[in-house]
Design a binder for this molecule. Structure first.
Ligand SMILES: C[S@@+](CC[C@H](N)C(=O)[O-])C[C@H]1O[C@@H](n2cnc3c(N)ncnc32)[C@H](O)[C@@H]1O
Length: 259
């Protein structure tokens, strides 16, 4: 994602409106991820946590319910505003928000745990080292192994001849750990994300995705035709399903060669 800093902020701000946010459905995707981390032996209880690229808070808020405190770091004011609104609604007061890119974030001290789900800024040697350096106990990274675009996107991408870009590769993070000789544990999480949108949200999502691939003025009749199969009959709701293959990587300082 080679864009100017403002270009990156705009990119994520455009996505905020339809990005997954706090969801209290039992056994949700985020619950499964957090359970996996706990089953590995990591406790959030009484811990300070840094959530890197925290977005609209689908993890931030759940981590805040478990931990002593959470610092939510992100460049997108629109994403953080959604997270803040949900935190207020839930009465969570142990989250501190930082509207900054990771390379401008100066933490007063290390965090017990550092967490990052799908943040494209953790992507090269300096940012990955910073990620580990910020953790006293453990750093938890979620990246993609694979992802299939949902709903009308495959048809739209074919029509506009755009090829999928896969950011946040879990395999690249694994390669990096191996290169620097650090031990890590890995878990593969597979499943299906199901998202329900009202018509304006479904349109916004498609237009935003296409725009990010350089398609700024798609044929609206064709777009409607592509959306139609995903409409729930008799309602204004569209259901998008996407299989996901996620890599959960856990690094613990006790095994570390890093000082
Ligand atoms: C794919 S979203 C993931 C959001 C959240 N972690 C989740 O899993 O729901 C990536 C997030 O990283 C943020 N981000 C991108 N570049 C960043 C940077 N340089 N510093 C901090 N956050 C950044 C974006 O604004 C966006 O909210």
């Amino acid at each position: 994602m080679e864009q100017t800093p403002q270009g990156q902020v705009d990119f994520w701000n455009r996505r905020a409106q339809t990005y997954p946010r706090y969801d209290d459905t039992p056994n949700s995707y985020t619950d499964k991820v957090i359970s996996k981390i706990q089953a590995h032996g990591i406790s959030f209880d009484s811990k300070s946590v840094l959530d890197v690229g925290a977005g609209s808070g689908q993890y931030t808020l759940k981590l805040a319910k478990l931990a002593k405190s959470v610092a939510a770091l992100d460049i997108s004011d629109q994403m953080l505003a959604i997270s803040q609104a949900d935190a207020k609604r839930l009465g969570l007061t142990n989250i501190e928000y930082f509207l900054k890119p990771i390379d401008e974030f100066k933490a007063p001290e290390k965090f017990d745990l550092v967490f990052s789900s799908m943040c494209p800024a953790v992507r090269d040697d300096p940012s990955r080292r910073w990620f580990l350096d910020s953790a006293k106990e453990a750093a938890i990274y979620l990246g993609f192994l694979d992802y299939v675009y949902p709903g009308p996107m495959p048809r739209l991408m074919e029509r506009y001849q755009v090829t999928r870009k896969l950011f946040n590769s879990g395999l690249e993070m694994e390669e990096w750990f191996k290169k620097i000789g650090e031990n890590f544990s890995r878990y593969e999480l597979n499943g299906e994300w199901v998202v329900k949108y009202q018509r304006d949200e479904a349109l916004h999502w498609c237009l935003t995705m296409l725009r990010d691939y350089g398609v700024t003025d798609p044929d609206r009749v064709f777009l409607d035709e592509c959306l139609e199969p995903f409409k729930t009959p008799g309602s204004d709701e569209y259901v998008f399903k996407s299989p996901y293959f996620v890599d959960l990587l856990i690094w613990e300082r006790k095994n570390s060669k890093l000082k």
